[in-house]
Write a protein that binds this ligand. Sequence first.
Ligand code: TAP
Length: 482
Amino acid sequence: MSYGPAPEGDAPVRDWIAQHGGTFGHYINGEWVAGTTTFEVLEPATGKSLANVAQGTTADVDAAVAAARAALPAWQALDDHARARWLYAIARGVQKHARAFAVLETLDNGKPVRETRDIDVPLVARHFSHHAGWAQLLDSEFPGYHAYGVVGQVIPWNFPLLMLAWKVAPALAAGNTVVLKPAEYTPLTAIRFAELLHEIGLPKGVFNLVTGDGSTGAAIVNHPGVDKIAFTGSTEVGRAIRVATAGSGKGLSLELGGKSPFIVFEDADLDSVVEGVVDAIWFNQGQVCCAGSRLLVQEGVADALFSKLRDRMERLRVGSPLDKAIDMGAIVAPVQLDRIRALCQQGIEEGATCWQPSWSAPQDGWFHPPTLFTNVAPSATIAQVEIFGPVLVSMTFRTPEEAVALANNTPFGLAASVWSENINLALDIAPKLKCGVVWINSTNLFDAAAGFGGYRESGFGREGGREGLWEYLKPSRAHEAA
Ligand code: TAP
């Protein structure tokens, strides 16, 4: 299949890249700084080159931290209402350029434009306007607390702009200044975001962007001038960051991986369940930290559900993410695709049954079909590790107690969803699940006002709402002395 039509119009976004000569630098102290070296960013749907982006060095991180430090007194001295006005201006700017942000995110990440247009970008704007509200309530709602100072933020590639918003909005609202590193695969919407801040005139140094690979992230984490690290990414890197920051006095919040259960009781409405599953595991090709990647279904309805699910999977469309009719786009990078394939192979070798619909893979780019595993042992590798792809692993249970035991049988603890027409049963099960978020008869619902985050190996700290604000505040000295 060729790279299909672009109903959302990708030409203006490709023109924007071309206007920059296809090369982008860091945004430090309100200026664009060329990188000493660059790396190539590829388009997942075609495998072709999209842009070249600066590789951040320790000198770049030093400059960014110094700029954030210098900007701190004036930013903190701003009246809360004045800070709120900046956040509203950012929200408005995102809305104004929503189409360009959505298309750019789709080109860079490979996720369907229908998702970036209807979910990612609107949630970004909502996050900034929500935190504009909080900026005005700091004195009344958090007396005796003040901003950390300079915050270092390192984010993943699966929701590039949304993860930026989850980090930057509360940090700025609370009066911190920021040094942010986006993921190597997907830095472009963060770059366009920095351009937006420049256009609206945010004071220099309040937001600094240093692009690069993991070494740039490590330079931010280890920098002595950073007061707090906020990280979203894999459990493996989160663990390394916790070790690196131990004893440094830095604040830390970690939003890590997951292996979230999707629990279906036999009285659930199976047609709703099927649509829920589509959203849980095939949204963003399953590259979602809280993806409902483990389907736990009560024995009496297992066969009926699998049959309905297979029918629905046959109708999922995989292809060019710029096509609005597409359900699943591309996997972010070949290394991720290889990892997904290898884990599927391991699942088969360990005795599970793999089912995929008939599909024709687009010739270019990196695509994987929706995949369902049945007959999976709870201890199987695919039942335990985060696959981070469109692969659903299913197991059956007999009793609610067994469902809870299966659900809690991984080291993670991010999210869960429970499906039953008996609300008493669902409400009884929910608090027994070891995870930060539980959805009932729904999944993947995010709201700027609701704290999101995990525990166990899914990390600690919350993003969103009042709980999220705490991550960017610490007691003022007077309060500590009291
Ligand atoms: P990671 O490989 O952990 O990368 C995350 C970020 O950390 C990237 O910017 C990465 O840079 C950087 N990094 C890599 N090594 C580092 C180091 N030693 N020190 C500091 N920074 C370093 O994760 P990913 O593959 O991008 O994202 C997928 C993971 O994120 C999944 O496990 C997913 O569950 C998790 N996630 C969690 C949540 C929440 S809210 N819990 C939300 C979204 C995603 P490079 O890009 O250059 O490698």
